[in-house]
Design a protein around this ligand. Structure first.
Ligand code: PEP
Length: 263
């Protein structure tokens, strides 16, 4: 989906869940059905790589595609060509499975060793296949002096530094403050708004004022069906990246419906 489309994007990051194929199929069926009735919202599910095939419209459903329902992946290889890369799954293979979106630079992967260089290489590989990257950025602490803003700016610059404006147009930024991931509460919606403005400004400085206006910014970190409407309405973000609540079927269904109703 091009990021010029003014529909809200709700991305479910299933992480290493659920445990079985049967549960994954069930979740996918439920979310697909709900997505069909959405008016202002697009739903993306990012199951583990092993479940993408069975969750995508190609094998599970008779119709090839479903309105407002998209497949995403949690990671793609840095390698742009197939070859001796044991354990890797390339962006081209994901595209062939019907994947449209790929999460890049999630903090849990950065913690396991993804450096800025690796994140930049994954971003390039994803863009190279015409897929839409969801670039995760976020500070680990929010200090009084505002140093966290430099962290965000540096992460964007390190990932996008070599990317030309033509390609950068399809990058989606997911602002996920690390301290708010898996936490008891999400960030305050007012603070989400301020930070998303800052991210847009960094894009404007890098690529020109039009990109600052157009870049799609999502918020992620302890989003639930309860706080999602305020984060969208007050935080004025273009969508959400949802972890735990995205594998809780009733919660994610409520979340999609609630966001769809936000004016
Ligand atoms: C995440 O890890 O991307 C995330 C947002 O998790 P949670 O919603 O569980 O905080």
């Amino acid at each position: 989906m091009p990021n010029t489309l003014h529909r809200r994007l709700i991305v479910g990051n299933w992480k290493m869940n659920p445990a079985t194929v049967a549960e994954a199929k069930k979740l996918a069926r439920i979310f697909r059905r709900v997505a069909t009735s959405l008016v202002h919202t697009e739903a993306v599910i990012c199951p583990p790589l092993s479940f993408i095939s069975i969750c995508s419209g190609r094998s599970l459903f008779t119709k090839k595609s479903s309105p407002h329902f998209h497949m995403g992946a949690q990671v793609a290889s840095t390698q742009e060509e197939g070859g001796p890369h044991t354990g890797e799954v390339g962006a081209q293979m994901l595209r062939d499975l019907g994947v449209e979106y790929v999460i890049v630079g999630h903090s849990e992967q950065r913690k396991r060793g993804d450096t800025d260089e690796i994140v930049a290489a994954r971003l390039k590989a994803v863009l190279g296949q015409g897929l839409t990257p969801i670039l995760c950025i976020g500070e680990s602490v929010r200090d009084e002096s505002g140093a966290y803003l430099s962290v965000l700016k540096d992460q964007i610059k390190a990932s996008c530094g070599d990317i030309l404006k033509k390609s950068a147009k399809s990058i989606i930024v997911a602002y996920e403050p690390i301290w708010a991931i898996g936490a008891a509460e999400a960030m305050k919606a007012e603070d989400v708004y301020e930070t998303s403005l800052f991210i847009k400004k960094v894009f404007a400085d890098l690529y020109g004022a039009d990109m600052g206006l157009k870049v799609t910014v999502l918020y992620g970190g302890s989003v639930t069906y309860r706080n999602a409407p305020d984060i969208i309405a007050i935080g004025k973000v273009d969508g959400l990246l949802v972890g735990r609540e995205s594998v809780n079927a009733p919660g994610f269904v409520e979340l999609l419906k609630a966001v769809d109703l936000v004016k």
